[in-house]
Design a protein around this ligand. Structure first.
Ligand SMILES: [Zn+2]
Length: 327
């Protein structure tokens, strides 16, 4: 037997040995986390998109060229997309040293998803562009969350709606709830809020056997009691979302920190530095995160641990204490 010389080939393992080994393995993991400056209590940009179209009607729209450039920039800056469901449930499985970004698309417009009769996404739709950029950058996951309303990507035939939703599901995309009629929930009764949420949930469920994990509030407007958007029941179904997303204006806290609030998770509009967006949209915030790397979420490459510099320990949420890897 070849080996490292002085160690005997067979050695009885005592309980003390086992404890030492576990300790050593943890130290090795912490050292590896320190090496990549892992900071899993750092901030995560959740980008908000609406239509991807050639001739934008408003600042909410993005051209295919701009969307391509956004993704190229994210890849160059070391970001890897995760879904809103993965973010909100703390399943952030990306390589060591990489940063998560959540791509979200509201209002289920055909500019986001349009499939030909063989299920191939049409050119310049959001999913086609995302897959095109991912193919150019190995490791850049082509995933995103689509917040759907009753306007199911422009499809009115039930079977075609099912095709769209099933395609998303089969291709690793995440389907979230954006309410049935896209009403301002801030002015509605609990019954109306619940009905807006359960009806679309039932539709997604019956078409694609999928239960939305998160919800995006239309206009970012919270109901009178914020909790109504997170959990509720009516019409024979119940919902218990892992997160409810707003429409502005800052990066989001890591789901492992005490500052994470599932009732109102901020998002960032995808837009260049101009007008209202000089400071509070995606280009500005991505610049800021690049210039403040200590504030940004950096992965240790292990989905099971929450690695961070010891200094940040007071901000760790109790629920994740068992997974903590301070260094
Ligand atoms: Zn919307």
């Amino acid at each position: 037997m070849t080996g490292c010389g002085s160690e005997p080939a067979v050695k009885p393992v005592t309980q003390a040995d086992a404890a030492v080994r576990i300790q050593q393995a943890k130290q090795a993991k912490a050292a590896a986390a320190a090496k990549v400056k892992a900071n899993e209590l750092g901030q995560v940009p959740v980008l908000m998109y609406h239509r991807i179209i050639k001739n934008p009607g408003s600042d909410d729209d993005r051209t295919p060229e701009k969307f391509r450039a956004d993704l190229e920039r994210l890849a160059a800056d070391g970001y890897v997309p995760i879904t809103a469901a993965e973010y909100a449930t703390g399943k952030i499985g990306i390589p060591a040293g990489k940063h998560p970004v959540v791509l979200t698309f509201d209002d289920s417009s055909p500019s986001q998803l349009d499939l030909d009769d063989l299920g191939v996404p049409r050119q310049d739709t959001a999913v086609a562009i995302l897959r095109e950029i991912a193919a150019k950058h190995p490791g850049f996951r082509p995933v995103a969350t689509f917040y759907v309303t009753r306007d199911m990507f422009g499809k009115t035939v039930k079977e075609e709606q099912a095709q769209a939703l099933l395609w998303l599901k089969d291709n690793g995309f995440d389907i979230g709830n954006h309410t049935r009629d896209h009403v301002n929930l801030g002015t509605r009764s609990q019954k109306e809020v619940t009905e807006q949420i359960t009806s679309i949930q039932k539709q997604v469920n019956s078409l694609a056997y999928h239960q939305p994990v998160t919800l995006a509030l239309p206009y970012g407007s919270q109901p009178r009691k914020k909790d109504w958007a997170l959990r509720g029941k009516g019409d024979g179904v119940a919902y218990n979302h892992s997160g409810v997303f707003l429409a502005g204006y800052t990066p989001a806290p890591a789901p492992f920190t005490k500052t994470f609030d599932p009732l109102g998770i901020p998002r960032i509009k995808a837009m260049d530095k101009k007008g209202d967006c000089t400071q509070f949209c995606s280009t500005a915030w991505l610049d800021w995160l690049k210039n403040n790397p200590d504030m940004r979420f950096t992965s240790d490459g292990d989905v099971g641990t929450v690695a961070f510099p010891k200094f940040k320990a007071p901000f760790l949420r109790k629920d994740f204490a068992a997974r903590a890897l301070p260094y």
